[in-house]
Ligand binder design. Structure first.
Ligand code: ADP
Ligand code: GLC
Length: 508
């Protein structure tokens, strides 16, 4: 059996025939049903890859507005949230890629315009919504689909391990059920005032430093980090970073304590969706063997942003992002004048904090012939930017994995990234001497470092033969889910074995 760390190296040939497992994903979003960010892509791609390996996989999601179901399986599950009882239903939706999709159905909690809150504020009852979801997930496992392992994701489902090892610890059906928690982003922890403990139906005994208490508040994620059997995060670099004060958001000590059970497994991408050969959302398909279609995509992208044709010969930089501090846009604000004075064009798609929306809107107003900004969420446009841009910018302050830079590689769109988390693990700086490398990378979180890096990319773009070499290197990189899914199976197996009570000695 490979070790966890070996499993994460992706290169390990498995020396045993994996026994098919029943794996239950519990997550707050997942395609094709719901999405705000990369978590949803992972909850689509990883279950599919596990299914293709021969495992049985089910995904449990909240039933958000517009999610269609095929049948209601349990019309009322009694969930205690403190003094209040709630009665969500358990439902099944159409299967997809051979994966079964189930829902916790409580319209008052989940049939809302957004998943987690409006633009500026989280919904004030998020602790209750996701406590109900986590409690219902355990009831789902007991009554509908008992798995060999539960795989939870982020703070919204971090109470599943807490509940399994505390209030459900003596339940004969689920007490030995292994649970793995993946950290997609330590910046979102589910922190609530202490009163949320009682209204979540959790015992006061959990409000201690060794459990859910976090600087006087309640942290759902902290509970999950302590009670899950194994922890994973979405790149090897981020697994190391989160054990340091710079990236640990105050949880670095706990993560260091659990380092033996924490592994970084890089996200894969689904090339059936994100590849210029087969992408149905772009103007023209193309491949590493014939890049003609990429020019048609660039023209189409310029048209979409109402940018004039003269930009065809300028390097076009694309951005697709949630506009939050994590993504490093304050660096762009710092150098926006210098950036705009370079001979480049910029196409930006994103939504989020007003300060960043305004930054890009103002830039587009000031330089209408070279800079376009669309504020909003638009999947088709995200594909068009991947295909039509020459470069893709991700100057993140931190980035657990990041998917867009991996998509960019396949589209021959050179990523410009800061060396952090998954960005560091997936992008190699291009070396003009050896013609090796796939993109551009800077280290220090400083505007000047970003500007230097962008200038390096602009310079290389002028040497079209070197540029073609970079594109070819990037487009043949393989970050499909297969290797990473194998690494997760190793984690599931290890978690399962860790829960089997050891027989110490034998009776005479
Ligand atoms: P994060 O999950 O932190 O937002 P990732 O890079 O892992 O970052 O994933 C982001 C995903 O969300 C990608 O699939 C990206 O294309 C998509 N995305 C982000 N913002 C938008 C947007 N405004 N419109 C369409 N897709 C978006
Ligand atoms: C988070 C991270 C992102 C990662 C995604 C999927 O939202 O910010 O880096 O790619 O989750 O794991």
């Amino acid at each position: 059996m490979p070790s966890l760390d070996e499993a994460a190296s992706h290169s390990l040939p498995f020396s045993f025939a994996p026994v098919p497992m029943k794996i239950l994903f519990v997550a707050s979003e997942g395609l094709p049903y719901s999405k705000t960010g990369g978590l949803a892509d992972v909850i689509e791609g990883l279950p599919r890859a596990l299914r293709e390996m021969g495992h049985q996989v089910a995904v449990l999601l909240p039933r958000y507005r517009g999610n269609k179901i095929s049948s209601t399986l349990v019309s009322s599950v009694t969930v205690a949230l403190g003094d209040a009882l709630r009665f969500p239903a358990l439902a099944e939706g159409p299967s997809y890629n051979g994966v079964r999709y189930f829902f916790v159905d409580d319209p008052e909690f989940f049939d809302r315009p957004h998943l987690y809150g409006n633009k500026n504020d989280d919904y004030p009852d998020n602790h209750a919504r996701f406590t109900e979801f986590s409690r219902a997930a355990i009831e789902f496992a007991k009554r509908v689909w008992l798995p060999d392992v539960i795989h939870c994701h982020d703070w919204q489902t971090a109470l599943v391990p807490v509940l399994l090892r505390t209030q459900y610890a003596k339940d004969p059906v689920v007490r030995s059920l292994p649970v793995v928690l993946t950290i997609h982003n330590l910046g979102y922890q589910g922190i609530f005032p202490p009163a949320a403990l009682r209204s979540s139906g959790l015992p006061d005994s959990l409000f201690t430093m060794d459990a859910l208490e976090f600087f006087g508040n309640l942290s759902f994620l902290k509970g999950g980090l302590i009670f899950a059997d194994y922890l994973t995060t979405v790149s090897r670099c981020y697994a190391k970073e989160i054990q340091t004060p710079e990236y640990g958001f105050g949880l670095e000590g706990i993560l260091r304590n659990r380092a033996e059970r924490l592994v970084g497994i890089l996200n894969g991408v689904d090339y059936a969706i994100w590849s210029p050969e087969v992408d149905t959302l772009i103007a023209q398909n193309y491949s590493v063997h014939n890049l003609d279609g990429k020019r048609a995509c660039k023209k189409d992208l310029l048209d979409t942003f109402h940018l004039p044709e003269e930009n065809m010969d300028r390097p076009l930089i694309g951005i697709v992002s949630r506009f939050v501090d994590q993504k490093g846009f304050d660096l762009i604000a710092e150098i926006s004048a210098e950036l705009a004075s370079e001979n480049l064009a910029l196409a930006v798609l994103g939504t989020g904090e007003a300060k960043y929306e305004n930054l890009f809107k103002k830039l587009a107003d000031k330089y209408p012939a070279r800079i376009g900004a669309k504020i909003g969420y638009d999947n088709t446009l995200a594909h068009k930017i991947e295909a039509g841009a020459d470069m893709f910018l991700m100057p993140s302050r931190y980035e657990p994995c990041g998917l867009n830079q991996i998509y960019s590689l396949r589209y021959g769109t050179a990523p410009i990234v800061r060396a952090t988390g998954g960005l560091d693990d997936t992008i190699q700086p291009f070396d003009a001497q050896t013609q090796q490398g796939t993109g551009f990378k800077f280290q220090m979180y400083q505007g000047a470092a970003l500007l230097d890096c962008v200038r390096g990319a602009l310079k290389l773009f002028r040497d079209q033969s070197a540029w073609r070499a970079l594109q070819a290197n990037a487009m043949v990189k393989d970050f499909s889910w297969k290797a990473s899914a194998g690494a997760y199976v190793t984690v599931y197996e290890t978690a399962k074995r860790a829960r089997i009570p050891r027989v110490v000695g034998t009776s005479k």
